[in-house]
Design a protein around this ligand. Structure first.
Ligand SMILES: [Zn+2]
Length: 162
């Protein structure tokens, strides 16, 4: 089920009542494993017909995305760096958990214990194409939350202006 939209929506919905900066970091973490692995693998495959799965797959494991979230956190200003790391890391953990709950098409491609084990795991709670069913519901929830945020910011700016 979890495609990039479902991962984005899960992060945005879970952080809808937090500060926008925190929500942005958590949501970035929620899509980060696919941005680091699926995006380059599919890009190289489409552009050059290269199979780079072995190269980028480790970035879709807790070991890989923990290193990536550490690197990203160190690129941010020193103040709040630890919190930024935790938000990115928590979002990536949500991503990994949702991916592991997906029934594999053939064999599971998730090796969450990499580099200590190449054992593949999954807990099949839903199918990969169930996102078609849940996406309209997520769109409605995101639309409702965006409306609520806009109304809240209008009230806040009206209070500031007098
Ligand atoms: Zn993924």
């Amino acid at each position: 089920m979890p495609d990039l939209f479902v991962h984005y929506a899960s992060g945005d919905i879970l952080t809808s009542s937090t500060k926008r900066r925190n929500a942005a970091l958590f949501t970035l973490g929620a899509i980060l494993p696919d941005l680091l692995s699926r995006l380059p693998v599919n890009g190289f495959r489409l552009l050059f017909d290269w199979n780079t799965q072995v190269l980028f797959h480790p970035l879709h494991t807790p070991f890989g995305w923990t290193l990536a979230t550490l690197l990203i956190a160190f690129l941010l200003p020193e103040h709040g760096r630890g919190r930024a790391f935790l938000l990115l890391w928590s979002g990536a953990l949500l991503h990994q958990t949702l991916d592991l709950m997906q029934a594999p098409f053939y064999l599971s491609s998730y090796t969450p214990l990499f580099p200590f084990s190449l054992e593949r795991y999954h807990w099949p709670l839903f199918y990969y194409n169930d996102s078609v069913l849940i996406a309209p519901v997520l769109v409605l929830i995101l639309w409702f939350l965006a409306r609520r945020r806009r109304a809240h910011s209008r009230v806040t700016s009206a209070q500031k202006n007098g």
